[in-house]
Design a protein around this ligand. Structure first.
Ligand code: 3EB
Length: 347
């Protein structure tokens, strides 16, 4: 397929022709990676590993998260582009540009004495600065990871501290805050620094809510001094094929956690949330998402001993024919046992 061309303008005022890139996501076994890249005809943007080493010879962003994979052969999360990729380093930010898409990672050690909100604000200010400077001011999708997510740090739960820092930076620097917030994930790792990876665009995406859920950025103060700054989904409609980035979706209806203590019911509630969100996206996307859409999912499970029940509840037509990566991670409210994120494409 010949890539279509769109014109984009930098803030500086000069114009350039950029290919419209659709970032693609595939789960690949580490031992198959080199051969897969050679034969797929794509260029790697970013590779996320869940403990496994990533071959160092591959010129793209890499990030290693301490989120153990729960079953199957070890898999890498591989983001690719059908256009050439240019990588660059700016402070703690590693960046990969391809056409109208920018991928980035940032990793910040929490320094002794500094609180997580301060580290988070610093990380977000940096990434917002670089995305704007490079001409990709529209945040499409952001993933956030840090350890001890439900532990208290000087009087406030670390997830809530993270929300404070993220809010401060985005509120100060994101154009059209909060309506232009990216789809988000925030999951607790077993160890490691604050790690963030993201996709940003030279053109905007549509930001969607879930009809069954309150916008997280409008949550009442009961959930922390600053609300979680993320959208339920973003819809990227390039000229060719619409792509729906689905945020981490939990057993939350309205703003309330449902089915406390019940992993099966929580998973069923999440599937209901996902179905509603995809139907909503289908109704607002002029080309539609389509009944024969393709999807790829990632499931975060808090307690590995609940995996069998959760696996059972995942046997649903919505997910049945899609790749699913199961990881052990802590979720942002203590009572949440499962969270599912996804990428849906209309072909
Ligand atoms: C929720 O609906 C569940 O803070 O970035 C899901 C996805 C959740 C992302 C975030 C939080 C985040 O509130 C938690």
């Amino acid at each position: 397929m010949r890539p279509s061309q769109t014109q984009r303008s930098y803030a500086a005022g000069h114009h350039t022709l950029e290919a419209t890139v659709r970032p693609r996501l595939t789960y690949v076994e580490p031992t198959a990676l080199t051969a897969w890249l050679a034969t797929s005809g794509t260029h790697p943007l970013a590779i996320i590993s869940f403990g496994q080493a990533i071959p160092r010879t591959i010129p793209c962003l890499t990030i290693r998260l301490d989120l153990p994979q729960l079953e199957g052969h070890p898999l890498l999360e591989v983001w690719t582009s059908d256009q050439p990729v240019t990588t660059l380093q700016k402070n703690e930010c590693s960046l990969a540009m391809s056409g109208n898409v920018l991928a980035g990672t940032i990793s910040l050690d929490e320094k002794a004495g500094a609180t997580l909100d301060a580290a988070t604000e610093l990380a977000y200010r940096q990434l917002l600065h670089h995305t704007r400077e490079l001409g990709f001011p529209y945040l499409w999708r952001v993933w956030n990871f840090f350890p001890d997510i439900n532990e208290e740090e000087t009087g406030l739960e670390r997830y809530r501290r993270f929300c404070v820092g993220r809010y401060q930076a985005l509120e100060a620097s994101l154009q059209n805050f909060p309506s232009a917030l990216p789809a988000g994930t925030a999951v607790g790792t077993r160890s490691g620094p604050l790690q963030i990876y993201f996709l940003a665009g030279a053109h905007p995406a549509a930001h969607l809510g879930n009809p069954r859920q309150m916008n997280a950025y409008e949550y009442p103060k009961d959930y922390g001094p600053r609300s979680p700054s993320f959208a339920r989904a973003t819809l990227c409609s390039s000229e060719s094929v619409p792509q729906l980035f689905i945020a981490g979706t939990a057993s939350v209806v309205g703003h309330t956690s449902r089915h406390v203590g019940c992993p099966i019911e929580q998973t069923q509630e999440i599937v209901h949330n996902l179905r509603t969100l995809i139907e909503h996206a289908d109704s607002v996307e002029p080309k539609g998402i389509g009944p024969s859409h393709r999807a790829i999912y990632k499931v975060y499970v808090r307690n590995p001993d609940q995996l069998i029940s959760i696996r059972q509840a995942l046997r649903d037509p919505l997910l049945n024919s899609s790749p699913i990566l199961l990881l052990q991670g802590d979720l942002c409210r203590r009572e949440l046992l499962v969270e599912i994120e996804g990428l849906v494409t209309s072909d």
